[in-house]
Design a protein around this ligand. Structure first.
Ligand SMILES: Nc1ncnc2c1ncn2[C@@H]1O[C@H](COP(=O)(O)OP(=O)(O)O)[C@@H](O)[C@H]1O
Ligand SMILES: [Mg+2]
Length: 426
């Protein structure tokens, strides 16, 4: 029996795949005992398949023996190849073989195809109706095997994952900001999720860290991801670093992963303003619906989205101000007082810290942490270059003055450019 596949690569592949699956099975079995389902893409995840040895038991004492490509299928096998040299996903048609501890086997035919230029895939599976639950348990296990738990999954980046490494104590900010933020995150997962569920609301919380560049927002995200992983939660980082840039569909994809997750999930979206840029019409509606939780895919264990921005003013007021879209905004400030500046100096000078350095702390107020780090790095470089054994207060001051001048010059230049452009537009 043959089946003609219409060549419409940008249209939904669902019907084509379903037709093919039906023909495969109708020729072998009676229709009643089989079912075709929309399946999770996780079954096509190469890391999961690589880690899924036949020794792993899942469901009610089942084992996965392996999968093989069905080469006569009209869905070609395509592997997605990542930067690091890993195969990450595949599409195509495959037979998955399972065996129970008592020796009885069953087979699932899985097809997957791209349906958009953004590499979204659709996966269908045809399987014996009586083994639906076993297939579900298989997918759940694939999910666990797909990403070792100590790593943050990256959506839309050049890498697939990373290991967070910032300790909470490494971040120097006013205590109340740090503890407010941490309490918020912790109490959402530990108590909030239960409350949302009881009220039959989607347990989806969104917070924004806003503040000037270099104040520690990325550090906070990294450290909260580390904490989440230590709790056994899943952490996902939405990146704009691949060729598709900061596209909102990536946020949607992260929410989809959160929904698939059987644990609480933390999603990090840095530079949220870029993901929201110039979205009109339907796109805009999607963004707003996702943030409202209407379009949000639901993870009953709770999803916390932490976004950051250097430019809160670039975020649409419909997102920023409307209650429920962003639940809370934390302002992450530049160095507010002498005490914080001194703590930052001590941290970055390390063994080179001398009590006399404290005298310069008050001149570092109103600059971001990244600036102080630069001042210290410059002073330390000078020390090494000049073959000296310690950083004097004068050297630190010299380094500070130099960097301040650079910043002033840069600000003047940029201010000039921006004004020039504004003048032009007017
Ligand atoms: N609050 C802070 N405490 C300690 N170091 C900081 C702090 N803020 C900035 N830094 C230093 O500056 C670098 C850049 O900070 P980052 O977290 O990327 O800033 P942001 O994301 O707010 O632009 C950090 O890697 C760190 O070395
Ligand atoms: Mg940042």
């Amino acid at each position: 029996m043959t089946c003609n596949i219409v060549e419409t690569p940008t249209q939904l592949k669902m019907d084509e795949m379903a037709l093919w699956l039906r023909e495969m099975y109708l020729s072998q079995q009676d229709e009643e005992s089989w079912v075709i389902i929309v399946a999770s893409d996780i079954a096509m995840n190469m890391a999961a398949l690589k880690n899924f040895t036949s020794g792993i038991v899942f469901g009610d004492d089942w084992h996965f023996l392996g999968s093989s490509a069905l080469n006569d299928a009209p869905f070609p096998v395509i592997h997605q190849f990542e930067f690091k040299g890993d195969l990450t996903m595949r599409v195509g048609a495959f037979a998955y073989e399972f065996q129970h501890a008592d020796g009885s086997p069953f087979e699932v035919i899985v097809t997957s195809a791209y349906y958009s230029d953004e590499q979204w895939t659709l996966t269908l599976a045809a399987l014996p109706r009586e083994h639906l639950a076993t297939w579900g348990a298989f997918c759940e296990m694939c999910y666990k095997l797909s990403s070792p738990e100590e790593r943050v999954t990256i959506v839309g980046g050049r890498q697939t994952d990373f290991v967070p490494s910032i300790q909470w104590d490494d971040i120097i900010l006013p205590d109340e900001i740090k503890s407010d933020l941490f309490q918020d995150v912790q109490s959402f997962f530990q108590r909030g999720v239960g409350i949302y569920n009881r009220l039959q609301l989607n347990p989806f919380r969104k917070i924004l860290l806003a503040g000037p560049p270099g104040t520690g927002k990325t550090m906070l995200c990294n450290s909260l991801a580390l904490w989440a992983i230590e709790q056994g939660y899943r952490a996902i980082y939405v990146s704009g670093a691949d060729q598709y840039g900061a596209e909102f569909y990536k946020v949607h994809q992260a929410l989809y992963l959160a929904q698939m997750s059987d644990t609480p999930t933390l999603i990090i979206v840095e530079e949220l303003d870029a993901f929201l840029e110039e979205r009109e019409g339907k796109q805009k509606a999607l963004v707003l619906n996702v943030l409202d939780g209407v379009e949000a895919l639901k993870n009953e264990h709770g999803t916390l989205l932490i976004a950051t921005t250097n430019y809160p003013e670039a975020i649409d007021v419909r997102v920023l101000k409307r209650p429920g879209r962003l639940d809370r905004i934390y302002m992450i400030p530049e160095i507010k007082d002498r005490r914080i500046a001194e703590a930052m100096l001590r941290k970055y000078l390390g063994d080179e810290w001398r009590n006399e350095h404290a005298a310069i702390a008050s001149e570092m107020v109103d600059y971001p942490g990244a600036f102080i780090r630069e001042v210290v790095v410059y002073a330390l470089t000078q020390m090494v270059t000049n073959d000296e054994t310690e950083v004097t207060l004068a050297q630190l001051r010299n380094s500070l003055d130099k960097l301040k001048t650079q910043i002033d010059e840069r600000d003047q230049y940029i201010g000039f450019r921006v004004n020039g452009k504004v003048a032009e537009m007017n």
